[in-house]
Design a protein around this ligand. Structure first.
Ligand SMILES: [Zn+2]
Length: 394
């Protein structure tokens, strides 16, 4: 059970940058685990501790390296999401480059210092790598509900996440800018995000722990047969997600700023069905209603944050299989032959869609090929696809 976990969520703990680290004698994958990039989410920090301490105590051999890095130290120590700005919205190439160079107007703020240290540790781990690099980012949410995995929609991320055994959410990372998971994904690593449940619920730690054990075996960081209590982790994840569809895609994000004064109506849980036009919350302009039917995800019940809620729908297993084959055939190279679609003049893997013309076929066709990131400019829709959308060559 999670006796220590419940205590640690409330007890004062001094967090250090490197939570735990094991470097194995034999070469193998590098697993970089990040917990607490949001300071009010210590669950992942505690779970990583449990797993790495158990590996050490039971002398389970590790191949490659497992390094658990703590995210926003000052916010973790202060038990708040962030100090000056959300640390999980700062990871753009430009921002990271200028922070690392100390070239930020007005000087570095609290989260810039955190970013700098985290990035130094990640880079060092990447330099030490003797195999494939896996990046795992651990979160919890203010709303109650079943745990799930978020992955950038590439074939190898999907394959890794499906092995772990929790519902898979496609397209969540693409909806927000500057998430660390996306930043790492764009560097070609296999990435996995975990939303383990409610912030202060001891079960969230169990969910994080179970996913980590599954990930260790799947990546080859430990021999699968050396996983302690293997049935237990499968069972924890199965029970937690019994009533949730297996694959879900995010369709809408209700973005907010602090000026909006957004208040979510009480009682919503992750994956709760909502009807079109359902009254979900209020802001200074009046009622906020669902623009389409589906399921609600990550409704905001805390003061800080820029995501009011997300709307999503089940993604059928059939589409998943179809899209895998289409991508393997690399048919996305033919997408610009569709009416109203052209290759972006500057950017690779990016298409410009004239929605006046393209309205004659469903825009979901772009999702099939992994074009999820969307920006709209008048009648033009710019969609882009992930780099490294290929299976890992084993
Ligand atoms: Zn978070």
């Amino acid at each position: 059970m999670s006796g220590d976990g419940a205590g640690l969520l409330t007890a004062p703990t001094e967090y250090r940058r490197i939570n735990r680290q094991i470097i194995g004698e034999a070469p193998g994958p590098t697993l970089i685990l990040v917990g607490g990039i949001h300071g009010n989410e210590p669950s992942g920090v505690i779970a990583a501790r449990r797993v790495l301490d158990r590996l050490t105590a039971e002398e389970i051999p590790v191949r490659g390296e497992i390094v658990a890095i703590n995210g926003n130290l000052k916010a973790l120590n202060g038990k708040q999401r962030y100090l000056d700005r959300d640390l999980n919205r700062q990871w753009s190439e430009r921002r990271v480059e200028s922070v690392m160079a100390g070239n930020v107007a007005g000087g570095l703020d609290a989260e810039d210092h955190e970013l700098k240290e985290i990035w130094e540790q990640i880079r060092a781990a990447v330099d030490r790598a003797r195999g494939e690099i896996y990046f795992i980012d651990m979160h919890t949410s203010s709303a109650d509900g079943a745990p799930f995995l978020t992955v950038g929609d590439t074939l190898r991320n999907r394959a890794f996440a499906m092995e772990v055994g929790l519902p898979l959410i496609l397209g969540l990372e693409e909806q927000v800018d500057g998430a660390l998971l996306e930043f790492m994904n764009n560097r070609g690593y296999v990435t996995l995000g975990i939303e383990a449940g409610q912030h202060d619920c001891p079960k969230s730690i169990d969910h994080h722990e179970a996913v980590l054990w599954r990930a260790l075996g799947t990546s080859g960081a430990i021999e699968r047969s050396r996983t302690p209590e293997p049935e237990r982790w499968i069972d924890v994840l199965k029970k937690a997600s019994a009533s949730t569809p297996k694959v879900i895609e995010v369709r809408r994000r209700h973005a907010i700023t602090s000026e909006d004064d957004f208040r979510m109506r009480p009682g919503y849980r992750n994956f709760q069905p909502v009807a079109k036009k359902e009254h979900l919350g209020d802001d200074r302009r009046g009622q906020v209603r669902a623009v389409e039917s589906g399921m609600i995800l990550l409704p905001l019940y805390q003061g800080q944050g820029n995501d009011g809620f997300f709307l999503c729908r089940e993604f059928s297993r059939l589409w998943l299989v179809v899209s895998t084959y289409l991508r393997r055939l690399k048919l996305e190279g033919l997408m610009h032959w569709l009416p109203g679609v052209s290759q972006h003049p500057e950017f690779e893997r990016t298409l410009v869609v004239n929605t006046r013309v393209a309205r004659f076929y469903p825009l979901e066709v772009f999702h099939l090929f992994g074009y999820r990131k969307r920006r709209k400019k008048g009648d033009l829709l710019v969609v882009s696809r992930r780099r490294y959308d290929r299976p890992v060559s084993a």
